[in-house]
Structures are given as structure tokens and as C-alpha cells.
Write a protein that binds this ligand. Sequence first.
Ligand SMILES: NC(=O)c1ccc[n+]([C@@H]2O[C@H](COP(=O)([O-])OP(=O)(O)OC[C@H]3O[C@@H](n4cnc5c(N)ncnc54)[C@H](O)[C@@H]3O)[C@@H](O)[C@H]2O)c1
Length: 265
Amino acid sequence: MTRTAVVTGSSSGIGAATKRALEADGFSVFGIDLHGADLDADLGTTEGRARAISHALEFCDGTLDALIPCAGLSGLPDRPGSLLASINYFGTVDLILGLKAALQASGAASVVAISSNSTTIQPGVPMAVVDACLRHDEALARSTADAASSLASYPATKTAIAWWIRSQAVDPSWVDHGAHLNALAPGMIETAMVAEGRADPTIGKFFDLLPIPRGRTGRPEEVAALIALLCSPLGRNFVGSILSIDGGTDALLRTRDWPKPMSTA
Ligand SMILES: NC(=O)c1ccc[n+]([C@@H]2O[C@H](COP(=O)([O-])OP(=O)(O)OC[C@H]3O[C@@H](n4cnc5c(N)ncnc54)[C@H](O)[C@@H]3O)[C@@H](O)[C@H]2O)c1
């Protein structure tokens, strides 16, 4: 039987590459994005998310084998933080929760959320935003994110995604139904999001200062290949993992912070 997948942010970058990779692996993929997708919906709104969930359920007929919520926005000097709280965090988590019964019904589902290595390499993450997201209080997450700015809120939304995935992944309501949840922490990947940041007159000049030991930024296809592995039968032992795919930036800047011993003697 054909396996079903839903990919958000499917019109560009990592989401588009993921849709192609999963289709090449035999999945039937339903793409959701603002424009140019199988369903155009704004995942920054509760109405858009509800529409996305109901169309996705119709597409997969109640049994979903993979969900890859890629839709997201980066921080920019003139972009409100509230947009990032709603799109990056609630656009990810509400979709996963709304499709939970269909993922459980698969018996072998994969969910791969997109965090970021900004969670570990960007200083000054506003914890009030992380906390509000994890309390599932969208109004508070939006107001704290606006107060913090979108540049600071970006890693906060991505930290909240990573911690939410780790907490949910081991919950029997997922793992006992064969659903395995993981997240990726990409570094700088050449997509429209990075092009938009580079073009910004204030922050653009900092992009090429990011140290990348490997010597180049990543490609969406490299991220998609890892997602495809996580959605394959050989990826089933990954549960609650946050996989860094960043050319070595995190290893360089946070060398001995991970693994963090439980205690030392
Ligand atoms: N590119 C990077 O360097 C990088 C690094 C770490 C994490 N990420 C994450 O990867 C994911 C994919 O980003 P990308 O780099 O492919 O960027 P991208 O801009 O190429 O793609 C993002 C897609 O999300 C869609 N989107 C934005 N707001 C939306 C909304 N309200 N409703 C529905 N769709 C919406 C966009 O239309 C776009 O097609 C994002 O979550 C991003 O935060 C990217």
C-alpha cells in the first residue's frame, strides 16, 4: 500500500526538497504552503491550521505515515516576533497534534520537525518565549516574542520545538503506537530564507561570518536525505533525537557541552 506523507512549507527550500525525496521513495505526498502547494493555507492562523488538518486527513483517509512540518520564518529586524511564535511553533505543534490520530493509525509513523542549530549557537535566547510556547499559550507566546524581537525569538521557537519533540517522543501515546518523533537542527542551508536574511541591510553582512568547519553552507537536498532516512524502515530507532546537520558549527562552538554527563566523579 502507498505510504502517505504531509509536508508543510512544501513550495520552497527544505520542504520542497523533502517532498521530492519522499516521492522518490514511493510516498504519496500532500504539500501545504502559503502559495503553490496542494493546499494553500496560512499556518500562522488557527483557521489556516484547522483547514490544513482537515484537508490532510481527507488526503490520507485517516492514516498518515509521515509528517514533516517545515514551514517557518526567520527573524528579521522589521519582522514581529509574534509571527514566528505562531508559524514556527504553533504551525508545527498544532499540526502534529491535529494529525495525531492519523499518525497513530499508521502504526509506524515518522514525524520530523525542524528545529535549528541557532538553539545552541545563538546567545540570549528569551526563555519567556520558550516557556509560553511549551505552555501552549499562543497569546502569551506572541506578546513575549514581540517584546523580544523576531531575531531573538527565532531560536526560542526552535528550542521549544526541540524540547516539545523530546517530551512527546517518549510518551506512550506516540511510541506505543509505533510513531517516532524527532527533530533536525540544521545550520545555514541555502534556501530562500537565507537569501532573504543575506539581502537585509542590517543583518545580511553577518551571514558569511558564521564559522562552518566544513567550509560551505548546506543544501536543502542534504537535509531532505536525512529526513527521508528518518521516514524509512531503517530510521525507526531514532526516537526523540535532535540531529545536528550544520557542517560542524555546533561541534566547533559548543564542543564539550554535548554529551553532557548526568553527573561527574
Ligand atoms: N535555511 C536555513 O538555514 C535553516 C536553518 C535551520 C532551520 N531552518 C528551518 O527549516 C524550515 C524550512 O525553511 P527553509 O530554509 O526551507 O526556508 P524557505 O523560506 O525556503 O521555506 C519555508 C517555507 O515555509 C512557508 N511558510 C512561511 N510562512 C508560512 C505560513 N504562515 N503558512 C504556510 N507556510 C508558510 C514559505 O512560504 C516557504 O515556502 C524552517 O522551519 C526554518 O526555520 C532553516
